[in-house]
Write a protein that binds this ligand. Structure first.
Ligand code: ZN
Length: 372
């Protein structure tokens, strides 16, 4: 395998957490370095801070992939007059690229919101608390010789095509005949040059969310026996896939039990909570990464009576209790789960793509809040 570049890795990140899912105010993407930079070692980190940069230099990291964008507030100068800008200069001098996926990974399927829900042991049947984006679906129809239909169909499913609501591997097949005349210079899998060829073919149709189009087409091209596979792509007006923040699910636990669940799940020494009674049983709870208090009514709409998030304010807490919602403030740092979970995903891509990169999980960063 040739050299892996920042661009190769970014392509997989953008497919997993499409940038279109990010909020307008969110400065996601490449904040340092260039797409053409070679990558031998990649670090996964929650934030860029002085300790993380030091660790990256010691570990000879080429690319840091963070959850929180490295440059959040715009800078008018890049001098070394304060610590933040010194960090930026250090990154540039060390030639380390930095890429971030923030609200787009919060909203992604099997991204941050699902990682948090998984960690809490929420069942797989869960609802999105706040839908932030409706992704249009597309449909692809491809024509394949009958004996190769299964292999192409499976490759398309593996690329993510054929998901409809709660159903996987959804496709439609139609038998027919394909006709073509190979021209001089071609290298046909079937038939002879300048002779009309008739092949028993199958038309396979599948739906897929618009963002994975390139992956689905690549899967067809690498699994199809023909030199020039024929396929049609249609935009659908009747089907969309919802993406968004937070997950609600059935828990059937008391406030007290949920406090233990949260502490155990995120290895917390302490947390803040509010509840009319700690003995109250919650049929449904919701978890929301970062600072999610303004979405508590969306959680309530999903039937949740307990809301788990970070950075809850005094007045936000009052509002929740007033509306009958118990809350657990688990801290913003529960999002550090990003490091471990993203490393798993990255290692999976590494295998699929045959990358020769090393995936390193940042260790230096600690929560800024302590309990005494
Ligand atoms: Zn956050």
């Amino acid at each position: 395998m040739s050299t892996v570049t920042v661009e190769d890795i970014v392509r997989r990140i953008d497919e997993f957490a499409p940038p279109v899912l990010a909020e307008d105010w969110d400065p996601i993407g490449l904040s340092f370095g260039s797409l053409t930079q070679p990558v031998k070692k990649i670090m996964i980190a929650l934030d860029i801070d002085a300790d993380t940069i030091q660790e990256a230099k010691e570990q000879q990291i080429d690319l840091i992939f963070t959850h929180h964008p490295a440059i959040f507030r715009s800078q008018k100068t890049l001098n070394a007059m304060d610590q933040r800008r010194k960090e930026y200069i250090e990154l540039i001098q060390a030639g380390i690229a930095v890429y971030s996926a923030h609200t787009n990974i919060d909203a992604a399927e099997n991204g941050m919101s699902d990682w948090l829900a998984d960690q809490l042991g929420f069942p797989k049947e869960r609802q999105i608390v706040y839908t932030s984006y409706q992704m249009p679906y597309k449909k692809i129809a491809v024509y394949v010789p009958k004996e190769n239909a299964d292999q192409v169909r499976k490759a398309m499913h593996k690329a993510g095509a054929g998901e409809v609501g709660q159903y996987k591997d959804v496709s439609y097949h139609l038998d027919g005949w394909g006709r073509f005349t190979p021209q001089p210079g071609s290298d046909p899998a079937e038939g002879q040059i300048n002779q009309e060829t008739v092949v028993e073919e199958v038309r396979i149709e599948m739906m897929f969310p618009a963002t994975i189009q390139q992956t689905v087409i690549s899967a067809i091209q690498s699994s199809h026996p023909y030199e020039e596979p024929v396929f049609d792509v249609f935009t659908l007006e009747n089907a969309q896939k919802a993406f968004g923040y937070g997950r609600a699910a059935e828990v059937n636990q008391t406030t007290e039990e949920m406090i233990h669940t949260v502490k155990r799940a995120f290895k917390l020494d302490g947390l803040k909570y509010g509840s009319v009674s700690t003995k109250k049983v919650h049929h449904k709870a919701a978890v929301f990464g970062g600072a999610g208090e303004k979405y508590y009514l969306d959680a309530k709409k999903q039937g949740a009576t307990l809301f788990i998030t970070g950075d809850i304010s005094y007045h936000g807490a009052q509002d929740m209790l007033r509306d009958g919602i118990a809350f657990i403030d688990a801290g913003h740092y529960i999002e550090s789960i990003f490091v471990e979970k993203m490393a798993e995903v990255m290692n999976q891509w590494k295998q699929e793509e045959g990358w020769t990169v090393e995936v390193y999980q940042a260790q230096a960063q600690k929560d800024v809040f302590k309990f005494s």
